[in-house]
Write a protein that binds this ligand. Structure first.
Ligand code: SAH
Ligand code: SF4
Ligand code: F3S
Length: 477
């Protein structure tokens, strides 16, 4: 049986999908008229501000806009610009406000321009209030739960006066199988869960993305099958905490089971996943990772802090020892695995001793890379009200020390494949040197090597000649 035959029974989302195709058609007609008036093709631009899930949403938004008839362009000087926002840290918000000023400037030269904002930041009431009061040139605001309704909302923009604002607090319907414009022909993200139930005390995501919902496995496998038929070789299963996948389904399925199934889809060569929460990472998953050659030997395992005292305040539900033990177990079964992580510096109440525990874990684990963040106070989260917020200067000073150690360790760790020949999935032409192409090893490390455009999307064996910190220079083997 081929994957396509996995018939998915009709659900409320099917009706919603049909409704959106109706609005896509209506918008198509309106846009065609507008193009006739303008005497040219109308253009769109969708800008991603956030994580992989945000980027996947942007592909869906772009897919709908292109289906309506817009031509997607790189520049923000387009007839429709949509900012898909992120609010995980304050600087993400600041960036959006800053760039809106520039969009307003473009709009002055093109009064018909449509400016839309969506994504996580829009789920915060104070943001929408500010926008509706002080950014009146924005035409459309919607949130994270109704992105699939873009065509319907755009129809309102086309046919009604004033700013259209539509934010939902929750949603139990997920609507898939609408048009998608993938960034890459050969790789794709695949949503497996939406939302998050973990409520780490610093984090805004559960408030702006809602409760955790798992997509049904047959629906996910069906989507992967279609992607493979369309030439996709690498997929990344996406969720805020993929390890808790399956809860609440009629027939609960574990993430490890789903991962095995994904590997069985013909045509799929590499399977990645993001993000793993240490508290839910099972032995069953480690077993699948060790035994299934298509699962990439890369695990992104956010540590956040090395101090058990701080981890408790963060509501992470593991200790420093639990984390180290997990790493030991994983490395025992998957010795070559590349481990990467996220770390927050300056969480409220973090002392020099707590910070030393973080450095100790970095020292002991030797991550291949780590995203390090200065703690950012998000209003509405429990941590925002905690006492002893760390002053900026101390946090910054710790951040710099952490970064130096992370880089030193990563450099050593990444170099361990020097001299080996390994498969590289070629992603693009090198941006600086025309004679090179750039791709990734299965463990996610970047490799540059001589080649031309024809290799893009191919998996090529490359001899890794020299490691330059975080990337390799190689030659085709
Ligand atoms: N679901 C993922 C993370 C999503 S957010 C997980 O649990 O690992 C991505 C990263 O942003 C987090 O891992 C964390 O390190 C960082 N982050 C989240 N909230 C933050 C905050 N308030 N300040 C600084 N960094 C934060
Ligand atoms: Fe945020 Fe924690 Fe959920 Fe990750 S697991 S999204 S850090 S609340
Ligand atoms: Fe940002 Fe939302 Fe992702 S807040 S990190 S875009 S889930």
């Amino acid at each position: 049986m081929t994957v396509k035959n996995n018939a998915v029974p009709e659900s409320s989302s099917d009706a919603e999908r049909r409704r959106q195709y109706y609005y896509i058609d209506r918008c198509k007609g309106i846009l065609a008229e507008k193009e006739k008036d303008a005497g040219r093709k109308l253009t769109c631009h969708v800008e991603t501000f956030g994580c992989q899930m945000n980027a996947r949403d942007s592909e869906k938004l772009r897919g709908i806009l292109e289906e309506i008839g817009y031509e997607n362009i790189e520049s923000e000087e387009a007839d429709l610009v949509l900012y898909n926002t992120c609010t995980v840290r304050e600087n993400a918000n600041v960036r959006v406000y800053g760039r809106l000023g520039r969009l307003n400037h473009y709009k002055k030269g093109n009064p018909e321009m449509i400016i839309g904002l969506c994504g996580c930041m829009m789920q915060e009431a104070h943001v929408v209030e500010k926008l509706t009061q002080s950014f009146r040139f924005v035409n459309l605001i919607f949130g994270t739960h109704n992105i699939y309704r873009l065509a319907e909302l755009l129809y309102q923009v086309f046919t009604q006066k004033g700013m259209i604002v539509d934010i939902w607090q929750e949603s139990d319907v997920t609507v898939e199988e609408l048009p998608v414009d993938r960034m890459y022909a050969f790789k794709s993200g695949v949503n497996i869960t939406y939302g998050c139930d973990n409520f780490c005390s610093y984090c805004i995501v559960p408030y702006v993305r809602g409760r955790e919902r798992s997509r049904r496995p047959e629906e996910i496998i069906c989507e992967i099958g279609h992607l493979a038929e369309d030439g996709v070789k690498e997929i990344m299963l996406l969720g805020q905490n993929v390890n808790s996948y399956g809860k609440g389904l009629d027939e609960p399925v574990t993430f490890a089971e789903l991962l095995s199934k994904a590997c069985r889809v013909p045509g799929i060569e590499r399977v990645r996943f993001m993000t793993s929460h240490p508290k839910d990472l099972s032995d069953e998953l480690i077993k699948v990772m060790a035994s299934e050659p298509k699962v990439c030997p890369h695990l992104h395992l956010p540590l956040q802090s090395g101090s058990t005292r701080i981890l408790e305040k963060m509501n992470r539900r593991y200790t420093k020892e639990d984390y180290l033990e997990l790493v030991r177990k994983i490395r025992e079964k998957c010795p070559d695995i590349s481990l990467t992580t996220d770390i927050i510096v300056g969480f409220p109440g973090e002392t020099e001793e707590d910070f030393a525990e973080t450095l100790d874990v970095v020292e002991r684990v030797g991550f291949d890379s780590a995203f390090t963040f200065l703690y950012s106070k998000r209003s509405g989260t429990p941590a925002a009200k905690m006492e002893n917020q760390v002053d900026e200067k101390t946090a910054k000073e710790r951040f710099d020390r952490l970064l130096a150690l992370v880089q030193e360790k990563a450099k050593k760790s990444c170099a361990r494949f020097e001299g080996q020949t390994l498969p590289v999935l070629v992603e693009m032409k090198n941006s600086q040197d025309e004679s090179l192409v750039t791709g990734r090893l299965a463990n996610n490390i970047t490799v540059h090597f001589p080649g031309d455009e024809s290799l893009i999307g191919q998996i090529v064996n490359v001899r890794l000649l020299k490691c330059h910190g975080f990337y390799y220079l190689g030659e085709p083997a």
